[in-house]
Write a protein that binds this ligand. Structure first.
Ligand code: SF4
Length: 84
């Protein structure tokens, strides 16, 4: 089966597009990460917060919609209710 026209053009673009996506991801800055104790302190606050919910086994913050596990690791993140 052969493809032609627009489909062939798009198919031929794939390697270049993939390389562009890979380079863009590689150029993203690494987020600054908290220490384990900083992470634990934030998690402890979230554990008792009424805005925390669990959906399919994942803890989520209903105030901002973030996954709490990741949010509490990233140094630049902040609690939307100013609890940490
Ligand atoms: S980030 Fe803040 S508002 Fe969200 S669950 Fe944690 S303590 Fe509560």
């Amino acid at each position: 089966m052969s493809v032609g026209g627009f489909e062939e053009y798009m198919y031929n673009q794939l390697p270049e597009r993939q390389a562009l996506v890979e380079q863009t991801v590689a150029d993203l800055p690494e987020p600054e990460v908290n220490t384990q104790s900083q992470h634990d302190a934030r998690r402890a606050i979230c554990e008792t917060c009424p805005s925390k919910t669990t959906f399919t086994g994942v803890d989520l913050c209903t105030a901002c919609g973030c996954v709490i596990y990741f949010k509490t690791w990233v140094k630049s993140e902040s609690c939307p209710e100013s609890k940490w």
